[in-house]
Design a protein around this ligand. Structure first.
Ligand code: AMP
Length: 541
């Protein structure tokens, strides 16, 4: 163990022993500010109350709740004095137990964390590290191939490794001999707990900031709105999407509610199906394009999925025909969730509602704690049933974009979040999403809504997946392009364009239709429209 860490560890052991015997004071902070009992401490308390439970499974490792709590406290001891409330530590890691432990240890100490998802480029990740002014980077040795190019671009920020790496400081080695005595939480309500960077499908990733107080409000909202599919006591949640996105929030919920989390490094359909059968998975979350990959995988029909009780999907438009196929082949376990990192939870389509084929188009009805309005560009409500931008009040909105006050003020207006989604609400109260305002394609004569055109193309029986994107023309309008994945039966381009012309009119007909093996996805699992534009239309990314 490096000398400085050894010293630190001894010092913190003493402090921890003192803490252990002191009454737990949740109101007086170390610097006089109010300290709250954070969601992290609640999670650790729940794990500690049931130490024998299997908490995390990753590759061939099985970690009990007790081992997880101890690992968090040990790491918090060695990180103490290196992180302080109000600062944001950058974590370069994938879906590993070390990433979970590191996030919990840093936030227990009252500091914030940002874990850019691994699908971002090294340059974008390095910009994030610089932008949050990270006093420290924690890099998982397991993620060295993606972390090293980032670190080469980051200047002057100390790096500590989780695991052995090329002579660097190995925090895990130091933590192994540190005390597991509980570290008292230092979270203050208005300090940043987490910054999540949006998928990066358009422009520079934006830092969506949550304070510790946000998470406390979240717990209250969940009590009022009901939980969504993380699986309580005895539940086994499979997380194969980045823990830096929805998967991580669901993992926390499962761990706090008495469940087990099975982590997979990346989504690979064969491995995902095998894990459901082997680990008797009860709950999981996927984005729709990943569900299509399951449906198109040869192992699906020979996998035992009888343990699966809930598959929550969302994060991107879902095609009704493919969801109907998923219900038939996977079972009546689907819940659609529509939400946004900026806004929080918006609507849900329940498993019961999935029984009605007519309800597979909308994204469900607003959850009880969310109020919606559909407005024109000037912010006035449109007539009932008409399209407009969706504004929502969730009580769970972000605490702003990191260091972008103007953008924050333009996005959260009097407690209403402008979602940037084009929607309409039908007479039954169901929300229909048409597109992101930014993705809508401006053509001569009007707008083409990309999700609508994708669904139209997918009405052709041979089309398994479609992605539609616009490419700017010199006259200020755009040209419509489509990429499709087929079942190999080779439909002609005119069959597809003819179908579009018949159903939606000439304005919707794409200028090009490319047959591709696979639609490129972002690290989170959404259609990567920038990449499509670059690869298929020769447009710079
Ligand atoms: P993110 O903040 O990465 O979770 O992305 C949120 C955006 O993803 C929303 O504003 C929608 O455009 C889209 N989205 C999320 N859930 C759904 C859903 N169930 N159906 C269609 N689009 C969705």
């Amino acid at each position: 163990m490096p000398a400085d860490l050894a010293d630190d560890t001894a010092r913190h052991d003493e402090a921890a022993l003192r803490d252990d015997t002191a009454p737990r004071d949740r109101t007086a902070g170390h610097d006089g500010g109010a300290v709250l009992h954070s969601d992290v401490e609640e999670l650790l308390d729940a794990l500690d109350a049931d130490r024998g439970r299997e908490a995390l499974v990753h590759r061939d490792r099985r970690i009990t709740a007790g081992e997880l709590v101890d690992a968090v406290h040990r790491l918090a001891h060695v990180l103490d004095d290196r992180v302080e409330p109000g600062r944001v530590v950058a974590l370069l890691a994938g879906n590993t137990p070390e990433a979970v432990v590191a996030r919990l240890a840093v936030t227990l100490l009252g500091a914030g964390i940002t874990q850019p998802h691994e699908g971002l480029s090294a340059a974008a990740t390095a910009r994030i590290v610089a932008d949050v002014e990270a006093p420290l980077v924690l890099a998982d040795a397991d993620a060295a191939p993606t972390a090293e190019p980032v670190l080469a671009l980051v200047d002057g920020v100390p790096v500590l490794w989780l695991g052995a790496h090329d002579g660097g400081t190995d925090l895990l080695e130091a933590a192994a001999t540190a005390s597991a005595a509980p570290v008292r939480g230092r979270a203050r309500p208005h300090d940043v707990e987490q910054i999540r960077h949006t998928g990066g499908t358009t422009g520079h990733p934006k830092g969506i900031t949550y304070t510790f107080d946000h998470h406390r409000r979240g717990a209250e909202m969940r009590r009022r709105a009901g939980g969504f599919g993380a699986g309580g006591t005895g539940g086994r949640l499979l997380v194969a999407t980045p823990v830096a996105h929805v998967g991580g929030a669901m993992a926390d919920r499962a761990l706090a509610d008495g469940g087990t989390v099975v982590l997979q490094d990346v989504f690979e359909p064969g491995a995902f199906l095998a894990a459901i059968e082997r680990e008797r998975i009860t709950h999981t979350f996927l984005l729709p394009p990943l569900i299509y990959r399951l449906l198109d995988h040869p192992d699906l029909d020979r996998t035992d999925l009888s343990s699966l009780r809930s598959l929550v999907y969302g994060g991107a438009p879902a095609n009704p025909r493919r969801i109907a196929e998923a219900l038939r082949r996977i079972g009546p376990v689907f819940t659609q969730f529509y939400g946004q990192t900026e806004a929080g939870g918006i609507s849900v389509l329940t498993p019961e509602e999935h029984r009605d084929p007519a309800l597979l188009g909308p994204v469900g009805r607003p959850i009880p704690t969310t109020t919606i309005a559909i407005r024109d560009p000037e912010g006035h409500d449109v007539a009932p049933g008409t399209r407009g931008e969706l504004w929502v009040r969730t009580g769970m909105e972000m605490d702003g974009y990191w260091k972008q006050p103007e953008l924050s003020a333009a996005t959260v207006v009097d407690g209403w979040v402008r979602t940037g989604d084009v929607a309409r609400q039908d007479a039954g109260g169901y929300l229909h999403l048409l597109d992101r305002v930014k993705d809508m394609i401006v053509v001569v004569g009007g707008h083409v809504y990309t999700s609508e055109l994708e669904d139209l193309l997918m009405e052709h029986p041979a089309v398994r997946q479609a992605a539609v994107f616009g490419v700017p023309d010199e006259d200020g309008t755009e040209t419509v392009h489509a990429a499709v994945v087929t079942d190999g039966s080779g439909p002609a381009v005119d069959e597809l364009t003819g179908l579009v012309a018949d159903r939606a009119g000439a304005m919707y007909v794409p200028a090009t239709v490319e047959f591709v093996e696979r639609i490129p996805l972002t690290g989170i699992g959404k259609t990567d429209k920038k990449r499509l534009r670059a690869e298929l239309a020769g447009h710079p990314r």
